[in-house]
Design a protein around this ligand. Structure first.
Ligand code: NAI
Length: 560
């Protein structure tokens, strides 16, 4: 029976008892409820008699996990555990972070989105469907927990590499928020996954009798943007301090949405801004390894789409930060798209692309194709490229001849084939290392196994957004930021670069190990918080105070 002491200090918030308590994943401790708690919360008889420690529970859960024989089953098991006992779920994940991160997030979450309606078990997050557009504030008020630090919202329009998944896209915010908690330490009950269910154009989903979303083709045009606006206005009203992260919106929606709202509330788009920050962090880390500075680099970029231009914009801002003028910084970029080098003679460039157009005089007399294009091989032949980045979706575009020519002129070529999935990677890591006699500093978009060369195993860093977004979440919560500015993203990239293992050992990975990513997230959060203060979007503190807040904010899974 409960003692006097426990009556004064309840072990758990005195809100539920018996089965009600066991059914609440945020409070449930399962077999780890102590004798006192079992008595206080009327749990006797509902649990087996042996009281377990969290470690013992983790051991048992891992054994059950190991019995699953395919990745989707592993995902389903982990999601079920998350919906049963969150502390246990996160401790299990933390103890097996390298093994399990791919199960809750990319790549396995893609399958979970495709199969969402078939593997659906219990509600998590909010479904905001177009037919309910006039009651969005009420839907938000119906959220499971009143306090929310981070929302991840998608419309399921462009999920990873698998396109339109309609309401099944909710799997992505759920998976992503798990990593906000696991790595950034955002408290699980203060995260909120949301799907804006505007229909789907995926014929397979529409004809699937088990599809759980709104069975309608996608809403488009002004009606779509009006709906998004109704949602944003409701978030501003109901949850004005909450960070709203946009996820996997199709490019024609993603950019206008970000542009419209980024100065209105605490918001960012991870596909655009997070991706650029990770790539930038990896490039800055690689440049540090070469012992040179960014402003000494000649950067060749294959691909001038949203990803390529986003990364180039980040690098350009970093160059200006190192003291170059805007014009000088631009002249360091050689951007090549499907129609060749961007130059001032081209009439097909968007305003974002025109920034990187080299002057026609500078390239006059360069070799051209029959169509008048200047190709990648010719750019590499003409200049002393130190950095080569691929965001073109063209598998194998970094040919042996191109790579060898680049490596002939620089001691440590920085080569980042970043396109996804593996088949679209501009080069394979196991080719780049021998083609450059082991000198290339390589990071990729898709995962590659370590490459054996010269008696060593060279680890290949994968540019994964997981290095940035959980840290951004931690940063804005701990610092009390009200906006996400460019300087904050640049600070995140710089802090990531400073934590590159390759700085200590030049044959080590360019990016931190997942086992170290929580510590790195805290370092990034401090840097981002300071940048927020400098930009006047967070209250001033000393660095030490900010660091203490970051440490206090980063939740660790343990029973109260
Ligand atoms: P996009 O379709 O907007 O842009 C593709 C660009 O590549 C265009 O500028 C196009 O002209 C160019 N291109 C296509 N074929 C070409 C050719 N034969 N030669 C030269 N240029 C060519 O695509 P987006 O969204 O910019 O993504 C590009 C790639 O980057 C995708 O594979 C995507 O998965 C990957 N990506 C990787 C990320 C990472 O962190 N590793 C993050 C975001 C995107």
């Amino acid at each position: 029976m409960a003692t006097k002491q426990q009556k004064k200090q309840p072990v758990l918030p005195d809100v539920s008892h018996g089965m009600d308590l066991l059914n609440r994943p945020g409070l449930n401790k399962g077999t780890a409820f102590t004798e006192e708690e079992r008595s206080k919360y009327s749990l006797y008889g509902l649990l087996p008699p042996h009281v377990e420690t969290l470690d013992e529970q983790v051991g048992r859960a891992y054994e059950a996990y190991k019995r699953k024989d395919d990745d989707l089953e592993r995902h389903i098991y982990l999601r079920a555990l998350q919906d049963t006992n969150e502390v246990l779920f996160y401790r299990l994940l933390l103890d097996h972070i390298e093994e399990m991160t791919p199960m809750v997030y990319t790549p396995v979450v893609a399958q979970a989105c495709q199969q969402f309606s078939h593997i659906y078990r219990r509600p998590r997050g909010l479904f905001i469907s177009y037919p309910l557009r006039d009651s969005i504030p009420a839907l938000l008020r119906n959220r499971p927990n009143p306090q929310v630090d981070v929302i991840v919202v998608t419309d399921g329009g462009r999920i990873l590499g698998i396109g339109d998944q309609g309401a099944g896209g909710l799997g992505i915010p759920i998976g992503k928020l798990s990593l906000y908690t696991l790595i950034g330490g955002i408290r699980p009950e203060r995260t909120l996954p949301i799907i804006l269910d505007v229909g789907t154009n995926n014929a397979e989903r529409l004809k699937d009798p088990e599809y759980l979303g709104w069975r309608h083709e996608r809403i488009t045009g002004q009606a779509y943007f009006d709906f998004v606006d109704q949602f944003v206005q409701a978030v501003k009203q109901e949850l004005p301090q909450t960070c709203l992260q946009w996820e996997d919106f199709a490019t024609p929606h993603a950019r206008p949405i970000l542009k419209r709202y980024r100065d209105e509330l605490l918001t960012f788009n991870d596909d655009i801004q997070g991706t650029a920050a990770v790539a930038l962090g990896a490039v800055l880390g690689a440049v540090k390894v070469t012992g040179k500075s960014l402003k000494d680099q000649q950067i060749v970029m294959l691909g001038a789409g949203s990803a390529g231009i986003g990364v180039a914009d980040g690098l350009r801002a970093a160059m200006v930060g190192e003291g170059l003028s805007e014009q000088e910084a631009r002249s360091h970029f050689w951007v090549v798209d499907i129609d060749g080098l961007l130059h001032s003679g081209r009439k097909d460039l968007t305003p974002e692309q025109s920034v990187y157009a080299q002057s026609e005089e500078r390239v006059s007399g360069w070799p051209r194709t029959a169509h008048g294009h200047i190709g990648l091989a010719d750019v590499i032949g003409k200049i002393e490229a130190t950095i080569l980045i691929g965001l073109s979706t063209v598998g194998g575009a970094f040919t042996e001849a191109i790579v060898r020519e680049m490596a002939r002129k620089v001691q440590r070529p920085i080569i980042f084939p970043l396109s996804n999935p593996t088949i679209k990677s501009e080069a394979k890591a196991d080719d780049l290392i021998p083609w450059t006699d082991g000198r290339a500093l390589v990071a990729t978009g898709s995962p590659f196994a370590p490459v054996s060369y010269g008696g060593k195993k060279i680890p290949i860093a994968q540019c994964n957004n997981v290095f940035i977004f959980p840290a951004m979440g931690l940063a804005v919560v701990a610092s009390g930021a009200s906006r996400v500015t460019d300087a904050m993203l640049l600070a995140a990239a710089r802090a990531l670069a400073e934590n590159s293992p390759a700085l200590k050992d030049s044959s080590a990975s360019m990016l931190p190990a997942l086992t170290d990513v929580r510590r790195v997230a805290a370092e990034i959060a401090v840097a981002v918080g300071l940048a927020a203060q400098k930009d006047g979007v967070a209250p001033k503190t000393t660095e030490n105070e900010l660091r203490q807040r970051v440490v206090a904010t980063q939740w660790t899974p343990a029973y109260p």
